[in-house]
Design a protein around this ligand. Structure first.
Ligand SMILES: *Cc1c(COP(=O)(O)O)cnc(C)c1O
Length: 387
């Protein structure tokens, strides 16, 4: 089935991006920053009580950092390099959290020296490093959550700990002179089941109550993580529905006097704003009678499309060519056989598709440029233009 551009972009927006694309050589991603502003405003409208910490890894372009800085966003940072970049754009350190639970002691010190006082953790060893190198800071503990089966890009398991350990860590934090501040989780990126936030918030409530009753610790913060949806082929609910439901879950567990709430959106803020434009290098068949065509493009897993790994993220692909559609395998240009984007997902493209035709990959503003390799096979990193 041909995808409809209007399902993904306002008509004028796409026309503007397309006109720009027509003047530039592929491959590249073109980003409409107005769509990011709108996505930010929608999120604020949906969660008026929450503070937003943009997960910089989704797209660390200074154009995006500047725009979000001016709109009042905060920033969730995972490395000293992201920190340097965000600080260099004039963001003050009190708008930054160090959200990576895996970090060197000397990097924690670096954040502390720059003025950051809010740290994520999920282990005793990391907590002790924080206590030593960032004394007196606020810490929140990341817990494990369910939901990996319904997230297109799961993020629990590697990060987070069980609730019992989370409580141990928060109690130890106080002993070590830190401020046990709250609890965080991430239900998995592109999370299609809103119900998993309910279960996660329920776990948080237990931790809040038990620490208060048993240890006199009053936590102040819930960090609801990311996981909010972008528009790909597999449809999701609208953000509005996420906001309504998650707000209801919070009120059911915490009543009207909510603790401080943080959101850490990456994908949902920037993904929809991008179109990755690529060119068909070759169309071939593997035998005289093969039904399936292989379509090789000048962009692949190593130049921005790594989230097609296991065909997890299914980007809508559009072409101007019109004609009878038939199934294809879509692969990248490098000499690595892992560089196949879609083989089992049954993408269909017109039979008259030929070398030199362009493919437009919708909703590619997140996790593309930042994942692009620097020179595999000598191919340069994915270019990006910000309109
Ligand atoms: C990647 C990440 C996010 C962003 O998640 P999305 O699903 O892209 O919104 C938020 N918080 C943390 C800690 C992350 O690692």
């Amino acid at each position: 089935m041909q995808i409809q551009v209007e399902d993904y972009y306002p008509k004028e927006t796409f026309n503007r991006m397309k006109a720009f694309a027509d003047e530039h050589e592929t491959p590249f991603v073109v980003i409409d920053t107005k769509m990011i502003e709108d996505a930010y405003d929608d999120l604020v409208e949906g969660f008026p009580f929450a503070k937003i910490y943009y997960a910089v890894k989704a797209n660390p372009a200074v154009e995006i950092i500047d725009l979000l800085r001016d709109r009042g966003s905060n920033f969730d940072i995972a490395s000293i390099y992201e920190l340097d970049r965000v600080l260099s754009r004039g963001v003050s350190p009190d708008r930054i959290s160090y959200g990576n639970t895996i970090k060197k002691a000397k990097d924690i010190r670096y954040f502390y020296d720059k003025g950051v006082r809010l740290f994520a953790t999920d282990s005793e060893a990391d907590l002790r490093n924080i206590a030593k190198t960032a004394p007196g800071s606020r810490v929140y503990v990341r817990i494990l959550t369910e939901g990996s089966a319904t997230a297109d890009w799961p993020l629990s398991r590697k990060f987070g700990c069980q609730t019992d350990m989370a409580m141990d860590i928060l109690i130890l934090a106080r002993q070590l002179g830190l401020v046990p501040y709250g609890v965080s989780f991430h239900v998995g990126s592109q999370q299609r089941d809103i119900g998993v936030w309910d279960a996660a918030i329920g776990k948080v409530k237990v931790i809040f109550e038990r620490l208060k009753e048993e240890d006199g610790i009053e936590l102040k913060l819930i960090n609801l993580g990311g996981g909010f949806p972008a528009n790909y082929i597999t449809r999701t609910n609208e953000l509005e529905v996420y906001a309504q439901e998650i707000t209801r879950f919070l009120q059911e567990d915490f009543g009207d006097s909510l603790p401080e709430i943080i959101l850490e959106p990456g994908r949902s803020l920037v993904s929809n704003s991008g179109v990755l434009v690529s060119e068909v290098v070759l169309v071939s068949r593997k035998s005289r009678t093969a039904v399936e065509r292989w379509v090789y493009t000048d962009v692949g897993k190593f130049s921005g499309l790594i989230e097609t790994m296991d065909e997890s993220i299914k980007y809508p692909i559009w072409t101007e060519k019109r004609g009878e559609l038939e199934e294809v395998v879509i692969a990248g240009p490098t000499c690595d056989s892992a560089d196949i984007m879609y083989e089992h997902s049954k993408y269909e493209l017109p039979l008259n598709l030929a070398t030199g035709d362009r493919l437009y990959w919708m909703s590619t503003g997140a996790y593309t440029t930042s994942y692009s390799s620097i020179e595999f096979n000598g191919f340069p990193p994915l270019k990006a233009y910000y309109l």
